[in-house]
Every structure is written in structure tokens, then in C-alpha cells.
Design a protein around this ligand. Structure first.
Ligand code: ZN
Length: 295
């Protein structure tokens, strides 16, 4: 969620729960289905076909592919038990599959690393110096606590956590792409990469759309009633604003399918009226920004 360099860590100082590892492995499996297809994020099968472009429209010049998504490995921990080693090996394998899928979609100017780590805080980062996306195990643990009151079974809670964490992974991936391509973002980058995460995940499949919904709910849960000046000064929109922005894009992507969001009062009518245009605008913008870099 932040672009600040990662904090210094002691990899051996804290044992991550195997539950958090399992959740993040599920994240990878789920996110493989959500990778960017050949023509960028505008992939929703429910989106009406665009007006055919005139034949004379020049093709977008494609950037050369000079880098890859790579798995960020950690130094071997001599104290790892056999079970932890097995979990770690599975984690690396899943990360590699995610990297492979991303490499099929994007041309990069340099390598970008993706990985999970203990961060001693519930967060996720893109580090522009190391060119590295990190999702913290603590984030999954934190979300588990936040969601566990809402569901009857562990499996349901884990699904919600996986979904919300996947959204965060794509948000951080968005920061990495903005940096890699030096994309001209107007407005706040934090909002822009939230939008990208919605565009990538809300692909018309129930699974992808549920990820977006669960992510929105996770922001609503993080919203605190009392806000201090630092919250207003923050580079991120307020959590409750992120919630409505995400819900609005989901609704705007398919008003008929998500009509219940307005009917049940989740999304106020006054905002809902603008969401279709809002979705079309951000979809067009990201499509144009990423066109030179998608394979
Ligand atoms: Zn961010």
C-alpha cells in the first residue's frame, strides 16, 4: 500500500504462521486467473464492444522486452523445520508460476521482483530502489482477524482474506508498473493503482468480482471513526473513500449485474449515476497507458 522503501528486517526473528503462508499461496493460485490478457486491462466480456477503429489507425508501437518478473528469494534459514522448508519451496514455486504468467502479459524495461516476507507490520510495499513488490505475511494475518467475525467457517474467512490480499498484490504491481514505464499519472497514484487492481480483477468472472468486493469491504473495516490531520494529509484516500471508489468501479463495469449494490444502499444513488462513465474513463486511460507494454 505504500511505496516507501521496506523496513530493515531480521528474517529469523519471527515465525510466520503456516495459515498466513497457506493464504498467500492461495492468493497466487487465484491471481493466475486474473493476469492481464493480450490487449491490456480492457477485458471484461460484459463490456460492450468498442466502436471499430478506422482502418487507418496506426498500431501502437510496442516497447522492447528487456526484463522479467522474478521471484524474490530469501536467505536460507538454518533453523527452518522440514515442514517450513516444504512450505517455503511451495511458495517459491507458486511465485514462479505467477511471475511466468505476468511475463507472458507484460514487456518490462528491467526485472521486477515479487515475494512474500515478514515485515513486522501488516502491509505491502513496492520498493522502487530494489524494484521489488513485497506482500507481508502480517497483512494476511491482520485481514484474517478483521474478517473472522463475518463468517461461520474458516474456509469462508480464508477466501475473503485471499481475495482482499490479491487486490493488494495487484495494487502494488500497479506501483511497480508506474515506476517501470514512468507512466504519466495525474491525480494520486494510490487511487490510480487501486483503479488498475479493479480493472485487472473485475474481469466478468464471479471469482474476480468477489475479490474486488472483499477488498472494498477490507478497506471499510480499516476505516476508523475518528480521523486526525495525518489521515487527511495521507497520500492514500481515506479508507472509506477507497471503499466507495472500488464499489463504484465495480458497479460501473456492469450496472445491471450489480444493481443490488444501489438497491440495498451499499452505493448511494448520487454516486452510482456517475460510475459507468467513471469506469469507462479509467479503463480507457489504463488501456492507453499500458498499450505499448502489453504482449
Ligand atoms: Zn499503494
Amino acid at each position: 500500500m505504500q511505496t516507501a522503501p521496506e523496513p530493515t528486517r531480521d528474517h529469523c526473528s519471527r515465525r510466520t504462521s503456516s495459515a498466513a503462508r497457506a493464504l498467500l499461496l492461495a492468493l497466487l493460485a487465484a491471481s493466475l486467473a486474473a493476469c492481464v490478457p493480450p490487449n491490456g486491462p480492457s477485458v471484461n466480456p460484459n463490456t460492450p464492444p468498442a466502436t471499430p477503429a478506422p482502418a487507418a489507425t496506426p498500431a501502437v508501437a510496442k516497447a522492447p522486452d528487456k526484463g522479467d518478473f522474478k521471484v524474490a528469494t530469501r536467505p536460507p534459514d538454518p533453523d527452518m523445520t522440514a515442514e517450513e522448508k516444504k512450505d517455503y519451496d511451495e511458495e517459491i514455486k507458486s511465485l514462479q508460476e505467477t511471475a511466468d504468467a505476468l511475463n507472458k502479459s507484460f514487456s518490462l524495461p528491467h526485472d521486477i521482483y515479487i515475494g512474500f516476507d515478514d515485515c513486522e507490520e501488516a502491509n505491502a510495499f513496492y520498493d522502487p530502489e530494489k524494484k521489488k513488490v513485497t506482500v507481508c505475511y502480517e497483512l494476511a494475518e491482520d485481514l484474517y482477524e478483521a474478517f473472522k467475525k463475518d463468517y461461520k467457517t474458516d474456509e469462508q474467512v480464508e477466501d475473503a482474506v485471499t481475495n482482499a490480499t490479491t487486490f493488494v498484490f495487484y495494487h502494488e504491481l500497479g506501483h511497480a508498473l508506474v515506476d517501470a514505464y514512468d507512466l504519466p499519472i495525474t491525480g494520486r497514484e494510490e487511487d490510480a493503482v487501486d483503479q488498475l487492481s479493479v480493472l485487472l480483477l473485475a474481469d466478468g468472472t464471479p471469482e474476480g468480482e468477489q475479490m474486488v468486493l472483499d477488498a472494498a469491504v477490507s478497506f471499510s473495516k480499516q476505516a476508523s471513526g475518528e480521523l486526525d490531520e495525518l489521515a487527511f494529509a495521507d497520500e492514500h484516500s481515506l479508507d472509506q473513500q477507497r471503499y466507495y471508489n472500488i464499489i463504484c468501479l465495480l458497479y460501473g463495469q456492469n450496472e445491471e449485474k450489480f444493481a443490488s449494490l444501489v438497491k440495498d444502499g451499499t452505493l448511494p444513488e448520487s454516486r452510482a449515476q456517475k460510475c459507468s462513465d467513471e469506469y469507462a474513463r479509467v479503463d480507457k486511460a489504463w488501456d492507453a497507458l499500458l498499450a505499448p507494454y502489453t504482449k
